[in-house]
Design a protein. Sequence first.
Length: 749
Amino acid sequence: MLIAAMVLGSLAFGPAALAGDGHDRHDFRIETLSTKPYLVSGGDVLVRIHVPENVSLHETTVTLNRNDITSVFRTDAGAHTLTGLVTGLRLGDNELEVSAKNGHGGRDGRRDGPSGRITLTNYPITGPIRSGPHQEPFICQTQEFALPDGTTLGPATDANCSAPTKINYVYMPVGGTAFKPLPSLTSLPPDVSTTTTTTGQTVNFIVRVETSTIDRGIYQSTILHDPTSEAAPAWYAPPKGWNHRLIAIEGFGCPGGWYIQGNAEGSLAIPGIGDFDLFSAARLGEGYALFSNTLQHPSNNCNAVLSGEAAQMGKEHFIETYGVPLYTVSQGCSGGSYGSNQLADALPGLYQGTLVACTFPDPLGIAFSGSDGHLLTHYFTVTNSTGFTLAQQIAVSGYKTSSSPLPPQEAWYDAANQSGRVDPVPGRVDVAGYASAVWSPDVPVSLRYDPVTNPTGARPTVFDTAHNVYGVNPANGFGLRPFDNVGVQYGLQALNAGTISKAQFLDLNANVGGYDQDFNYVPNRVVGNLGAITRAQKGGLQLYGGGGLASIPVFDISGIYDDDAGYHYQWYHFATRQRMLEANGDTRNHVMWRGNPVPFDTAFSTFIEWVEAVAADTSDAPQREKVIRDKPAAAVDGCWSSATQFIAETQTFSRLPDSQCNTLFPSFAFPRYIAGGPIAANIIKCQLKALDVSDYTVTFTSTEWAQLQTIFPNGVCDWSRRGVHQTSVVPWASFGPSRVNLVFDVNSE
């Protein structure tokens, strides 16, 4: 049977996963289409075989673990290739071999003629593959997960929270705005509407919804498919309404939601920037397929290594079900912004573009800045003996001043209170709005950490839930912590600007202190764990910007414009851009639109035009070069002064009225920036240098200088140098059980 070439014309995960004996052009080449050959899950993988021109397609034999599986392969239209879904893989390594039927066996058991072989390493559909040992405890929620027909996925069938796959259908009624369950799979309801896709297909607006469990999360995909007139979908026969484009839906959150499977997918359903989730009528009606996993939703899971694993497995399953998409893009707001960019950077080829809003570079950026801010709130409310005014406090914090509609301190106290996501102690009383140890109600209290009543319980922090990456303190089992403030001169810019006095600067830095592993205040500064610092970067828990993000369109929009309160500050957008600049030398593949609001539909259409242009570029140019040269004219920096007025202007980080956009949308900073740190906020632990009088606009007396030397006996941060153990991301990093690209194995620590 011939397979349409367009369906298989694009690789699933970037550069081809090819194997052949010596890669000789006269030998067979074997390519895995649904995932990398060493990351296969669930016992099956879509494979393409490139047959030498001097070998007939019908003279080809394929074996799996020495069993003939030639019959599962089909001839691809317009190409000298065969493609097939290889099933029945055993756990671990499997050998797939291909040869010409007229080859003769050699003394080593191989044929003398053209041949090829590849090792396929298969993992359970429950995982893990490269995220390290399964998280424990882990609360199943399949029985709570609502399906379109009003039922649930049902009780879990094993300890890995598995449940049977269920297929539902919904349709859009004529004139409707919400989907309804399809009452029959054999006849159409009288009010079913039609839709025309981006590829010109007019089909009944009926959507197939698959719900299953993958990597212990709950996976869903949605795609146009009419069961009353079409056969069941297959990788070689996708629904005719699918436009061969795939969108990953990320979630939001991360202040809590630990150790759970999740009872809902994420979405971008934020007023003003477009309702976008797995049931987005606009995108489904255009022919896009959408997929997600509850572990891609940061309100359920805030470990990017685990969410990336769930996404790669979900995409693999989608391809094996429907075929290879022309491209896959990801989009999300807030937690979905780092759910898009972190995965795209750490897993090159997983996504071919990201559209992000309400941007954070990563959860660490929130946690680190919140931890600095929380030290300041404690100092100002408990330790302060030098009378900081509210205006001085705000100046030291870096956040916006009293233009906030809320009480002015909330413009930055809200950001400081985000440190609650690294505080495992329940019921801690602190400044207004602070919440420690935020738990999902689905986690029994008996499983939760309490330093007094349950010291071995699960700890609700980003460090503990991702301890496979950070490592574990062998003395107490706590996740190791990378936060470090040794040498940080809090309020340095405020001192040099004359906003605070020398006495205030000295007292602040002498008494700001740090935290212990329970996030209790301690008088000494915090020394971050060097292993945790290194692995956070290698594993992509801190966004690098020069991995997969270097070679795809990255489109950043304001989404939630809020420098007043709510902690979705503009500096996070610029931190992401600066990291890409430092990693890649320029940011020509990054476009930023600011505004309140940015018209989402315009942003989406411009972004997709860009991705389409790159996908259509079949030249041999490097991928990054294609992305840069194929940008559409509308894909330029700018801001929206209204929903219809766009100002094309390079976006810069500034609170000064030095451009039209900065006049309309000034940007404010954060505590470590006021301490002299970079806008990229990517130096976890700074290199130290000796105190230097030239760093200050004020003149210290000999007594004051001696006090400063006592406060910083080993020196102060040298922000002109790379951080201690600052490093790049390891593409497709593993924390076990896969040994490929293995960074760390917590079991051998």
